[in-house]
Design a protein around this ligand. Structure first.
Ligand code: AHG
Ligand code: MN
Ligand code: MN
Length: 339
């Protein structure tokens, strides 16, 4: 068993997230409870963010905040609220020494220099959908720090590469709120019961269908896509696949995880590196998809093996059912033959 990872748990549907985390910990003889506490801190923050999202239309917290994040994107009020909530929970929890957030240009030193873990987070994914009452999400990824405990964290702690994740997950604030989690032994889904304030195991050991008939891409960029993607899209049309694109990565991914499908955000002449960020969008969902039997590539390479060179590094991403991702990869390999 790898450090920080656990055996597959078989627990009944209806088990609370808290009990699930405790059982996971007792499965791991040397665990001191820090990792479990960290997952609990994320769960608590997500409940607060869930409450804010549900009230957004009533409490004047939808809309733009009037500021931009480090990528020059407008920050929505809920982007800022979610960022503050998660950072506060992780700082107060004490287990995390550093946080890389989409909303902060630099790595955040939490001041907990004895914390063993670092977290990368997209506090609110799909934020342009808030004002129109469409599902949004949170994505997170957890690593063990590599610098010695007791010292200030450095970017080395977070730029380890996707294979070094000890856990990853997302929260989907949809028609119901769900948390989907992996710590390297399968994927489990928990549904939030708002009147009781608890997440309950509802989707144990999630497996992604090997084949699918859904493709998700912002096809308006067609003219600027690489030849491989143009060819693959023509193939999707010929096969009569269904096009489904919400514009919230978490929501698009979740649907495809359950039903079988592929999500693509390729490079284009407009965005030569794609749009999605490695640390808090590509890596965590790639870890989950692989743990559920799917695949994630940047074109030809397994995305988890990419070593990020900076905090907010972007990458093209093709993620989903294994057979579909393999077909995309074949098209990229054929690009070499074409030129
Ligand atoms: P974020 O709201 O965290 O900035 O992420 C938005 C991302 C992702 O959720 C979505 O899949 C993609 O942007 C949509 O981009 P396009 O509008 O270019 O299709
Ligand atoms: Mn995002
Ligand atoms: Mn975001």
């Amino acid at each position: 068993m790898k450090d920080g990872q656990f055996d597959q748990l078989i627990l009944p549907i209806g088990t609370t997230l808290d009990r699930f985390i405790n059982t996971q910990q007792s499965n791991f003889p040397f665990a001191k409870g820090e990792f479990s506490q960290l997952l609990r801190d994320i769960a608590i923050a997500s409940k607060i963010v869930n409450r804010e999202i549900n009230r957004a239309g009533l409490t004047n917290i939808s809309g733009s905040y009037g500021t931009q994040n480090g990528h020059g994107e407008d920050q929505q009020k809920l982007d800022v609220v979610a960022n503050v909530r998660f950072i506060r929970a992780l700082k107060n929890g004490g287990e995390v020494c550093a946080i890389a957030s989409e909303e902060d240009e630099e790595l955040i030193d939490t001041g907990n220099h004895n914390g063993k873990y670092v977290v990368a987070i997209d506090p609110l994914d799909g934020s342009s959908n808030i004002d129109v009452n469409v599902a949004v999400g949170t994505i997170f990824s957890i690593y063990r720090r590599v610098t010695p405990t007791g010292t200030p964290p450095t970017s080395e702690d977070i730029l380890q590469g996707g294979t070094k994740q000890v856990a990853a997950g997302y929260i989907l604030y949809g028609s119901s709120t769900m948390m989907v989690l992996t710590s390297g032994a399968g994927v489990d889904g928990f549904t939030y019961e708002p009147s009781l304030g608890e997440y309950y195991l509802s989707h144990p050991n999630m497996r992604m269908p090997k084949k699918g008939k859904i493709y998700s891409i912002n096809e308006s960029g067609f003219a600027q896509f690489p030849q491989a993607i143009k060819e693959y899209l023509r193939y999707c049309h010929e096969e009569n696949y269904s096009a489904r694109y919400i514009g919230s990565f978490v929501a698009d991914f979740h649907r495809n995880l359950l039903k079988g499908g592929i999500f693509m955000y390729p490079q284009s002449t407009k965005n030569p590196e794609g749009k999605l960020r490695l640390l808090y969008e590509c890596f965590p969902l790639a870890f989950i998809v692989e743990q559920a039997g799917g695949m994630a590539i940047d074109g030809e390479q397994r995305i988890l093996e990419v070593i990020p060179t900076k905090l907010h590094k972007r990458s093209p991403l093709h993620i989903g059912s294994a057979d579909m991702v393999k077909t995309v990869k074949k098209h990229f390999l054929l690009d070499h033959v074409r030129v």
